[in-house]
Design a protein around this ligand. Structure first.
Ligand SMILES: [Zn+2]
Length: 170
């Protein structure tokens, strides 16, 4: 296999292998190569890790008309260093997203980093003439919102429909 002479062909081959698009013979040939090739092996491992991370994203995105709905797939903690918080911080990949409904029902814990991220998101969406609406915070999270007076800044709703309706009223 003259894999390392053509970087693009190699990249395409690795992608095809990961997506199981190679025929049996080509797959076997590549397997016997990468098992003895550190460079290909490392690249394959990195690509697989990335694919796995994308597969089990914790923050799910849905769209309802022009509103972006964000829900956590599993119990989540919006605390310093958590993956959920990192995903929330990167949730506005699309600049056109200005109206966001964030479901907090599976969020068991928020710390100052999490609160800071919510405020940052809120300020960002306001500048884009949109808004952040929070939905069904758990009891401890709702209590934290009260004691920090964040509940006077961020709108919280009992369920998604109520949050969506509030956008329609504006
Ligand atoms: Zn190689």
């Amino acid at each position: 296999m003259k894999l390392h002479e053509d970087p693009l062909a190699r990249e395409l081959l690795i992608a095809a292998y990961l997506q199981r698009r190679l025929d049996e013979e080509a797959a076997e040939a590549f397997e016997s190569h990468y098992l003895g090739c550190d460079r290909c092996f490392e690249e394959l491992e990195a690509a697989e890790l990335l694919a796995a991370a994308l597969r089990d994203r914790k923050l799910r995105r849905d769209q309802s008309a022009d509103v972006l709905l964000l829900r956590f797939a599993d119990p989540a903690e919006l605390i310093f260093g958590s993956r959920e918080l990192a995903e929330l911080a990167g949730c506005l990949a699309e600049p056109r997203d200005s109206k966001v409904v964030l479901d907090l029902s599976r969020v068991s814990r928020i710390d100052s980093s999490g609160l800071g991220e919510l405020m940052r998101l809120h300020a960002h969406l306001l500048r884009a003439s949109g808004a952040l609406k929070l939905v069904s915070p758990s009891a401890p999270v709702a209590r934290l919102f009260r004691v920090t007076h964040i509940d006077s800044i961020l709108d919280t709703y009992e369920n998604e429909n109520a949050a969506l309706d509030s956008f329609a009223l504006r």
